[in-house]
Design a protein around this ligand. Structure first.
Ligand code: NAG
Ligand code: NAG
Ligand code: NAG
Ligand code: NAG
Ligand code: NAG
Ligand code: NAG
Ligand code: NAG
Ligand code: NAG
Ligand code: NAG
Ligand code: NAG
Ligand code: NAG
Ligand code: NAG
Length: 658
């Protein structure tokens, strides 16, 4: 990149202050180009001098000429534009990016051969397809961007005549075969991500000693990572994610003094994280979804500029180091074998946005110091051995979107303060030892979409205020000690309502009739009495109804065939002869699978809001998470403003789906 700067500077310096006059032949070419270009930005009747058009730069001086041409996006389709541009021999920069050129081949430009001054050629997202032609006649070319096309086949000698190439971007194509070996040794940036390159890393690569960016992610590369990486001493960004690399992560990586981002996630690396890897690494480390084992290095979180560490889904052990960079915004260590306590020093990482330590063997309590992490939006501590009470201080972490504390040993009651969390979308406290009532302040969580409190020892009745949770999609209160009247529940409930294994009695509430979006209703294992109301047969979204093990009586009404009904274990209930698939005592063994299938089905058909929830839920699927901190598409929302806005989006979205 460094060598490109003077060139950019040159362009900046030559931005015209007064309009230059082009020689007649260039003016003529530009006018022809404007005719072939469907952009109102290039209108000779409005701006007679092409040098004034958007995206056009001309040199100053007596012999003015077009030096830079960036076609407005979606303005070019005619391939003549390529060959015509080729006659502007003064060009230094040519940018066709985001123009769907037809017919779809880069051949006309690759052969034009007369742009001896051209330094930068951008053909990103130009809908080119097929094999890559050789690029000849660009002796000065320093940067070529062919990313996001549909180019196929191997890359061998096509760039051999580009002796000055420093930046090559072939990402997001369908190239296959080995990584090209006849690369210009002066390369500084090489991006080959999202192709189907295969084989192992060629030795030649390690002679490109000026490389600062090497992105090989999302290919089919395999083999070991050689020690020669140490030769690439200028590397700043090294991304080898989503390949089939195996073996150990070589200690030589720690010799890369300028390394800022290292992403090697989703490979088959084994062995320990090399000691010293953090010695030089600056901002991002992603080794998630590998087979790494051994302890976390003591300095894992401490480099002062470190922003993001992701070691999800490995077999790492040991405890989380105390010493943490103040710049960290993402720490993902879930699904490992970590032990020890959550270091209270996490409360000093004020900009922390997501903390995922789930599925480990962590012990101790949640440090109250987390209250200081005001920007925290995602906290996932599920499935550990954490204990004690849920600290009331968590209620101060006001932008929390997702709070997952399920499957731990938390006891005591749910602190009232938690319900101040008015940006929360998902709250899961299930499978703990919580006691006491469900606080009536629950409506403080205005935007809540899923509430899971099952498998605790909560008692008392469901607070009437719960009806105020107008975006709630899923409510799981099963396996507690709840009793009393069931209040009107939010009509937004759609994914499921689970009240099973509690101490509810009396008739099935009439108010269920309003839950017309509900897909799964489980009130099994309670003491419900009286008739099974016929309105249940009219709940048009219902797919699964579990009434088993109550004291219901009368005759079971006829349900539509789409509803799976389980009414066993109601001694005085007569099962009607036809209609819906009513399960009897026979199929006990089959049951669990079929219920699972039904639930899976229900989840599949449930609406976009659920998709929204999945998007926000902590991600545990294969996804390259090695983007720089600023590129945040597809990530959980970060930061206050963003989180608040997201909550609003959901609020707006809800009525659409009702
Ligand atoms: C540009 O043209 C002017 C007058 O036509 C002349 O005086 C000057 O020397 C020229 N400059 C160059 C760099 O050719
Ligand atoms: C324009 O004319 C100049 C000389 O006047 C010549 O050097 C150049 O090649 C011509 N360019 C085109 C595009 O014909
Ligand atoms: C090419 O154009 C795209 C889209 O305009 C841009 O994102 C990319 O940075 C450009 N490539 C280079 C090498 O400048
Ligand atoms: C392709 O890679 C180059 C070199 O790193 C980069 O400058 C350019 O922005 C990339 N293109 C796109 C579309 O991102
Ligand atoms: C790396 O860059 C330096 C300085 O820009 C240059 O002298 C050297 O030749 C380059 N190395 C290679 C292998 O091209
Ligand atoms: C990728 O290349 C391998 C051979 O190297 C081939 O077996 C595989 O089918 C290719 N995958 C795709 C998606 O083209
Ligand atoms: C890497 O560096 C070592 C020592 O400087 C050198 O002997 C070796 O040839 C280099 N390897 C490559 C592939 O350039
Ligand atoms: C914590 O890390 C910083 C920066 O790496 C270092 O200077 C400091 O000595 C470390 N402190 C401890 C207690 O390890
Ligand atoms: C919290 O997020 C906001 C908005 O993104 C940001 O301005 C602020 O600096 C962050 N706070 C900390 C302590 O990083
Ligand atoms: C919660 O558990 C801890 C540790 O097991 C115990 O010391 C404490 O008394 C319990 N608290 C309550 C309210 O049960
Ligand atoms: C809450 O956690 C439990 C236990 O892991 C899980 O079964 C349940 O699906 C979770 N609830 C939601 C809404 O994700
Ligand atoms: C119906 O519920 C009973 C009691 O919960 C259970 O044993 C049985 O397996 C269920 N039947 C089916 C088909 O799901």
């Amino acid at each position: 990149m460094a060598l490109l700067f003077p060139f950019i500077l040159l362009i900046l310096l030559t931005i015209p202050t007064t309009s230059q006059t082009l020689p007649q032949n260039q003016t003529k070419t530009m006018l022809s180009l404007s005719k072939l270009t469907l952009s109102p930005l290039w209108d000779p009747t409005k701006q007679p001098n092409p040098c004034d058009w958007s995206g056009v730069r001309c040199s100053s001086g007596n012999s003015s000429a077009v030096i830079s041409l960036s076609f407005p996006p979606f303005s070019v389709s005619n391939p003549q534009v390529l060959s015509l541009s080729c006659t502007l021999s003064s060009l230094q920069k040519l940018d066709f990016s985001n123009n769907p050129i037809k017919p779809t081949s880069p051949t006309p430009i690759s052969k034009c051969g007369s742009l001896s001054n051209l330094k930068s050629l951008n053909m990103s997202n130009t809908y080119f397809l097929g094999p890559l032609p050789p690029f000849n006649g660009f002796p000065a070319l320093q940067s070529i961007d062919l990313s996001s096309n549909f180019l196929t086949g191997p890359v061998e000698s096509q760039f051999d005549s580009l002796l000055n190439i420093q930046s090559l971007n072939l990402s997001n194509n369908d190239f296959s075969g080995p990584i090209p070996t006849s690369l210009n040794l002066g390369l500084r940036e090489l991006r080959l991500s999202n192709n189907n390159f295969s084989g192992s890393l060629p030795k030649q690569l390690f002679s490109c000693s000026n490389l600062t960016i090497l992105d090989l992610s999302s290919n089919s590369l395999s083999g070991f990572i050689p020690d020669e990486f140490a030769n690439l001493s200028a590397l700043n960004t090294l991304l080898i994610s989503s390949n089939q690399f195996s073996g150990a992560i070589p200690p030589s990586i720690s010799a890369l003094k300028s390394l800022s981002r290292f992403g090697a996630n989703q490979n088959k690396f084994t062995g320990p994280i090399p000691i010293g890897i953090m010695k030089n690494l600056r901002t991002v480390l992603d080794l998630s979804f590998n087979g790494l084992s051994g302890p976390l290095p003591a300095d894992l979180l401490s480099p002062p500029l470190l922003e993001s560490v992701d070691l999800t889904s490995n077999a790492l052990s040991g405890s989380i180091p105390q010493n943490m960079s103040r710049r960290l915004f993402r720490v993902r260590l879930g699904d490992n074998r970590l032990t020890g306590a959550i270091p209270p020093s996490v409360g000093e990482v004020l900009g922390l946005q997501s903390l995922e330590l789930d599925d480990n063997r962590m012990e101790g309590v949640i440090p109250a110091s987390l209250r200081n992490c005001a920007n925290l939006t995602l906290l996932n501590l599920a499935n550990n051995r954490l204990q004690g009470e849920i600290p009331r201080e968590l209620g101060e972490v006001q932008y929390l979107n997702v709070l997952q504390l399920q499957m731990n040993r938390f006891n005591g009651s749910i602190p009232d303060e938690l319900f101040q969390l008015n940006a929360l979308l998902n709250l899961n406290l299930s499978w703990n030892a919580l006691t006491g009532p469900i606080p009536s302040r629950i409506t403080g969580m205005q935007t809540l979409q899923t509430l899971s409190l099952e498998e605790n020892s909560l008692s008392g009745s469901i607070p009437a205020s719960i009806g105020g949770l107008e975006y709630l999609l899923e409510l799981s209160l099963g396996a507690n000690e709840l009793s009393g009247d069931i209040p009107s529940l939010p009509v937004s409930l759609s994914t499921s309502l689970n009240l099973s294994l509690n101490r509810f009695d009396g008739p099935i509430p009439q108010s269920f009739y309003e839950l017309s979006n509900l897909e799964v209703l489980d009130i099994s294992d309670n003491g419900f009495t009286g008739d099974v109301p016929t309105f249940l047969t009219q709940m048009h979204s219902l797919t699964t109804l579990d009434l088993s093990n109550n004291n219901l009586s009368g005759t079971l009404p006829t349900f539509p065939p789409s509803v799976r009904v389980n009414a066993t274990g109601n001694e005085h209930l007569k099962l009607s002869s036809k209609g819906g698939s009513i399960d009897d005592h026979r199929s006990g063994a089959v049951r669990r699978d079929s219920i699972v299938l039904v639930i899976v089905g229900a989840v599949l058909v449930s609406d976009a809001l659920v998709a929204g929830y999945l998007w926000l839920a902590p991600k545990r699927f294969n996804q390259v998470e090695d983007r720089p901190p600023l590129a945040e598409e597809g990530e959980p929302p970060r930061g206050g403003g963003r989180a608040a806005r997201n909550a609003q989006d959901h609020r707006r979205a809800v009525p659409r789906h009702e």
